[in-house]
Design a protein around this ligand. Sequence first.
Ligand code: NAD
Ligand code: 0WE
Length: 258
Amino acid sequence: MLDLTGKNALVTGIANNRSIAWGIAQQLHKAGANLGITYLPDERGRMEKKVAELTEPLTPSLFLPCNVQDDEQIKATFDRVKQKWGKLDSLIHCLAFANRDDLTGNFSDTSRQGFNTALEISAYSLVQLAQAAKPLMVDGGSIVTLTYIGGVRVVPNYNVMGIAKAALEMNVRYLASELGPQNIRVNGVSAGPIRTLASSAVGGILDMIHHVEAVAPLRRTVTQLEVGNTAAFLCSDLASGVTGQIIYVDAGYGIMGM
Ligand code: NAD
Ligand code: 0WE
């Protein structure tokens, strides 16, 4: 049985009720995990209010601002985790960002700033969070990140995000190798396209979803909750022998050649 009772899980990346991280948080809660939620703070505190209201039914015992571009916020987040929980069992990394202009047009036009931003927020952040989580995962642990097939094969317009996901997937392997002796597992879930805040801001996402519905073996896209089930599995003792892997939750799309 998938059982996360007694496990402390920190979930990043919830922006609204369409976020993949929201699907993950719901399944972790269902399996009995004790949750901590982090959100990206804005000047007006609107995100804080929105995410707090959304996640209230999951009764998180920690609710913290954490912009991964700010080292102080990361430190404060993990200081609070240590203070409140003593130890951390699971960390969900479910965030990405590239400048909107870099997700359309020619990849070769990507600026230094655009490249650095995408890789900093979408790939380096996993290293930072793993670094901070490592001393708190005293009973071993599970780190799960979200990736996309555009990091392995060319998807039109995914552009610099594809390079960021390639780096992210290699981060998974190097971190898994280093942290394995401490029984900390590190894995990625490669999700098929889902309508979320991030994906809906991208032109042509609906056409991509229709394409997947036409050619994926299951003839449909996947849901946030299905991705959440695989993330919950990876956080559980059922996955005790699994590390350094990228698991595709994509209705089979990725196996197709045509
Ligand atoms: P989303 O917009 O709901 O989530 C993205 C999250 O990133 C937001 O919560 C946002 O606040 C957070 N974020 C951005 N910059 C940040 C920063 N500097 N510090 C902290 N948080 C920051 O969209 P989503 O589609 O749920 O994306 C979540 C993850 O899933 C991403 O890694 C994305 O690449 C991945 N993914 C999405 C799809 C899809 O089709 N939606 C498919 C495969 C993988
Ligand atoms: O990883 C993602 C989304 C990443 C993303 C989306 C945005 C839109 C708004 C990162 N940064 C931003 N910045 C913004 O300003 N996905 C896997 C979803 C996605 O994005 C695409 C896709 C798919 C699928 C972009 C182009 C083509 C396909």
